[in-house]
Ligand binder design. Structure first.
Ligand code: CUA
Length: 173
């Protein structure tokens, strides 16, 4: 997925660069024939807009989001408090069942942290901010059993990289 995002980004950059080169090559001394230039400008602009819209449709249909967008809130999920502090995570429970809707209630005791859950394949599956004085709800339903990890995604001091917690997702009983 990350690769396809990279490819799309590179394609987009190439497109912008090509447009830039096109404009540079086509610019020149001022022409007296304003009418013709305007007509041509409108023509290019129209096709540019149509192209942009088409690209937008393709990209959204392709759903180029690295993790699923948060679905509408789940009925009566299991609530798990998650507290970040320099430099550890404290989860009220670190054991859940696959398929069980979970709502992480995320906060921090000191500075801002990034609460990010990574799957057994080290792909990020969900994330939110851990902020002092606020609770951010993060709804997650773990589809597969395995060892998941919570990492801090926001630099929060010397031992930021040690903020790791494990979530053990068990096979559905
Ligand atoms: Cu907490 Cu970085």
């Amino acid at each position: 997925m990350q690769i396809s995002i990279l490819l799309v980004t590179l394609l987009g950059m190439a497109f912008v660069a090509a447009a830039f080169v096109f404009v540079v090559l086509n610019s020149g001394p001022r022409d007296e024939d304003y009418g013709g230039i305007a007509k041509r400008g409108y023509f290019i602009r129209r096709w540019w807009m149509i192209g942009l819209c088409a690209a937008g449709v393709v990209v959204s249909a392709w759903s180029l989001v690295p993790f699923p967008l948060q679905a509408s809130s789940v009925e009566s999920p299991r609530i798990i408090q998650a507290i970040g502090r320099q430099w550890s995570w404290e989860l009220a429970s670190s054991s859940v069942e696959a398929g069980e809707p979970v709502r992480f209630r995320v906060t921090s005791l000191d500075v801002n942290h990034g609460f990010a859950i990574y799957g057994p394949d080290d792909q990020i599956i969900a994330q939110t901010q851990a902020m002092p004085g606020y609770y951010n709800d993060l709804d997650v339903t773990f589809e597969r059993a395995g060892k998941y990890r919570v990492l801090c995604l926001e630099y929060c001091g010397l031992a930021h990289h040690t903020m790791v917690a494990e979530i053990d997702v068990k096979e559905r009983r």
